[in-house]
Design a protein around this ligand. Sequence first.
Ligand SMILES: NC(=O)c1ccc[n+]([C@@H]2O[C@H](COP(=O)([O-])OP(=O)(O)OC[C@H]3O[C@@H](n4cnc5c(N)ncnc54)[C@H](O)[C@@H]3O)[C@@H](O)[C@H]2O)c1
Length: 262
Amino acid sequence: MTLHDQTFVVTGAASGIGAATAALLRASGAEVIGVDRNPAPEFPGTFVQGDLSTAEGVAAVADRVPHGITGLLNIAGVPGTAPWRLVLSVNVFGLRDLTRALLPKIADGGVVVNLASSVANGWAARSAEVARFAGAEDRAAALDAVAADPEVTGNSYRFSKECVRWLTLSAAAENLGRVRVVSVSPGPVQTPILEDFKKDHGRDKVEGAVALLGRAGEPGDIARTIAFLVGPGAAWINGTDICVDGGLGAHRATTAALAANA
Ligand SMILES: NC(=O)c1ccc[n+]([C@@H]2O[C@H](COP(=O)([O-])OP(=O)(O)OC[C@H]3O[C@@H](n4cnc5c(N)ncnc54)[C@H](O)[C@@H]3O)[C@@H](O)[C@H]2O)c1
């Protein structure tokens, strides 16, 4: 696949899945504009150091992006070991507001890819609350409104990714025929964030899942999926989620169903 004459903004580009995606797109001929709060000295393209946790930080990053880009890959994310307000600020409002700011700069036929997570696969059960939070215009008020809800503050990462699933649907619906918007939901992938997931979700649970699958995902597993989604082969894939979890979801769903029947 060749991506010559195409430019992609890749957030979270200094590490893990973002770095692997930037490298793969570059190797496929695309120009890449990387964004991260951390520096990336060897970055294979233009690099913008910026903080997506605040509205001001998002605006500063968006200002540096030219018109006519092909796509935005929202890969930056923080784990649930971080303070819950930060998790929701980056994973929900940072992603949403950067998307809003850059959509007018995305050429017709372009694409947005959002990194969700397989832990958010049950998002539809909370769709009303998710839609209310993710759509809130006043982010400080929205954060205050969930501060007393342990279901949100105690599961901030899962809730944030449930919001990403909703934001993907709503942005796809609002941009039909012009820009596709899809999400990717990885299972456990070997990047620096995986150690945080072990602390957040339980070491035994995460390591047990990896043992069951035979290996953790690699950043390249997810980068190749994203590269497919931005290319012509995915032209009719829009407003949906691609789960890339080695089959972990199949195991969990069938185990739960069979246990319920036992
Ligand atoms: N690794 C996994 O097991 C896994 C599983 C499911 C989903 N994901 C998601 O995939 C995405 C990429 O994660 P990863 O595994 O590559 O982790 P990672 O920690 O290697 O990379 C995340 C990047 O996001 C950047 N970032 C965090 N906060 C930022 C901010 N405020 N402004 C700008 N950049 C910021 C970090 O500096 C880092 O470079 C995340 O959204 C994560 O939630 C990862």
